[in-house]
Ligand binder design. Structure first.
Ligand SMILES: Nc1ncnc2c1ncn2[C@@H]1O[C@H](COP(=O)(O)OP(=O)(O)OP(=O)(O)O)[C@@H](O)[C@H]1O
Ligand SMILES: [Mg+2]
Length: 503
């Protein structure tokens, strides 16, 4: 069952029938887990203590144990019947194997890519708090160091990586400094030959002379493409941007195609994964971790988006100020969220409408296109996790908003839940710590405190990430959280329950 669930989890775009089949199997797996848990608990009690104690315990509790075993056996029989029923039911409704594709829908994929590329064209006047970071990148690009260097910009989804890199890439100093340049959007799934083709086209077209792109590019294979690219780049000082990198293998694939002739060429990449950003690539590298927008900048950006039509100087009307500040606070400095929320509020002018949104801003429940799009973008990070990491991540939403989660405690809890894989020669604590580090590197958990050796001591979840985790947890019945804001549903059959009160 576990393997089935893992396979189904890797597939996106399941039909409704398939989804309900997966939900049935998940429910069943939970039930089986419960029975095993109960059985183990009883067995351990019988086996604990010395020989005499065990004998005494067994004799005294014999009738009760008999009854318990009978109860467990009945439950098992019932489960066996239900397990037999599942495939029958699936066949009856015409779903007998999971067909979903392993990635998201094609149109969704295209939309995500378009969205990423649109960040290349954000106007200067629409940007806030970018100047210092931009100057730093420009300095790294043009510092005159002859060896080819890699510059990585790392940050969570929607933190403004593409926007920042685009601003540095398109500035005049950089354009003048390099002989040729190319911007490549990589994304989660890529084909190396297609990347090489795009790169050749970009390099050829971006030159001032607009050289003619070799016509038979589409029929060329890897070796020929490589040859063209290397021959083209060798005498030149080039800059190439690899936007939205998800896999560390990319560099291995592309390294040979980007020659280092010690003429000051640069490769710039953006990624959500700090591991990729900080791998040294065997060359000189700089890493820039993007920070959330400060309060002032976040406010400025929100006002710009929310009040552009209603007030000429884009300022917030006095009566809306308190609510607006509260809304901005919820975005925790994430530009993507601020822009989405600002866009949503720009169509609302009444104070009552604003308070309604603010009070019901349960991101995961809202049915709004702008916010849906934001969710899609943030969900990419979640979908990229392995089955185990997904469970570790979802578990973190059981803690209240803004809660400081201690590393040691979290690791123990994950172990107790059975999320941690057994690996020979490594202690479960080390495996769990590795899971934590992976979530941190992928910017899905944020480190708040570190010990003197630089190891995370406590971390927390970004509000929006937590909302997404909550929404997935609810559909998968992984857990439910009651914080007094919503009516507790009596039918909820979630596996874990977190009850949070403020007093
Ligand atoms: N400094 C900024 N000022 C104003 N708007 C910004 C800023 N940074 C980003 N944005 C806006 O936030 C949105 C997301 O930005 P961007 O696409 O650059 O994020 P990203 O980190 O590249 O996301 P992803 O990880 O999905 O690639 C865009 O709509 C962009 O216009
Ligand atoms: Mg991007």
């Amino acid at each position: 069952m576990q393997s089935f669930l893992e396979v189904a989890d890797g597939k996106r775009a399941l039909t409704e029938g398939e989804k309900s089949w997966v939900a049935d199997v998940r429910e069943m797996a939970y039930n089986v887990e419960d029975i095993i848990d109960e059985f183990m608990y009883r067995m351990r009690r019988e086996q604990s203590g010395g020989r005499l104690t065990r004998l005494f315990y067994k004799t005294i509790h014999f009738p009760k144990n008999l009854w318990v075993r009978h109860r467990i056996a009945t439950k098992l029989q019932k489960i066996k019947r239900m397990i037999k029923d599942i495939p029958e039911r699936s066949q009856r409704y015409g779903v007998d194997h999971i067909e979903g594709t392993s990635t998201c829908h094609d149109d969704q994929k295209r939309w995500v890519q378009n969205h990423g590329e649109s960040s290349l064209f954000v106007k200067d006047e629409d940007l806030v708090g970018i100047e210092d970071d931009r100057q730093l990148l420009v300095r790294w690009l043009t510092d005159g160091e002859p060896q080819r260097a890699v510059i990585s910009v790392v940050g969570m989804g929607g933190s403004g990586k593409t926007t920042l890199v685009a601003k540095a890439y398109k500035c005049e100093t950089v354009e003048r400094h390099f002989n040729c340049c190319a911007w490549i959007t990589v994304s989660q799934t890529y084909d190396i030959e297609d990347l090489l083709r795009s790169m050749i086209k970009e390099f050829y077209l971006a030159t001032k002379e607009k050289e003619a792109v070799p016509i038979d590019l589409s029929t060329m294979r890897y070796k020929q493409l490589l040859e063209i690219l290397v021959n083209y780049l060798r005498p030149k000082r080039y800059v190439v941007v690899l936007d939205d990198v998800w896999s560390g293998d990319l560099w291995r694939d592309l390294n040979v195609s980007l020659p280092d002739e010690r003429n000051g060429s640069r490769v710039m990449l953006t990624t959500r994964n700090g591991d990729i950003g900080s791998s040294s690539f065997g060359v000189k590298s700089h890493v820039h971790h993007l920070q959330p927008l400060g309060k002032k900048e976040a406010w400025g950006l929100f006002c710009m988006k929310a009040f552009s039509s209603s007030s000429p100087n884009r300022s917030c009307p006095q009566e809306l100020k308190i609510i607006a500040l509260e809304l901005v606070e919820k975005c925790k400095g994430l530009p993507l969220a601020i822009v989405a929320l600002g866009g949503l509020m720009s169509s609302k002018s009444l104070e009552s409408e604003w308070s309604r949104v603010c009070n019901s801003l349960n991101w995961h429940l809202s049915n709004n296109t702008e916010l849906d799009r934001m969710k899609t973008i943030l969900l990419l990070s979640f979908n990229d996790l392995s089955y185990r990491l997904k469970r570790c991540f979802l578990y973190c939403c059981l803690f209240p908003e803004d809660f400081l989660i201690r590393r040691k405690r979290l690791i123990r809890l994950w172990m107790a839940e059975g999320f941690v894989e057994k690996i020979k020669g490594i202690t479960p604590e080390e495996v769990a710590e590795d899971c934590l580090m992976q979530l941190v590197c992928r910017n899905m958990l944020q480190v708040v405190e570190r010990n003197p050796a630089g190891r995370p001591k406590s971390c927390k979840m970004h509000d929006l990430m937590r909302e997404l985790a909550l929404s997935t947890s609810e559909t998968e019945k992984f857990c439910a959280v009651y914080d007094g804001q919503e009516e507790a549903s009596e039918e909820s059959t979630a596996r874990r329950l977190s009850v949070q009160t403020s007093d």
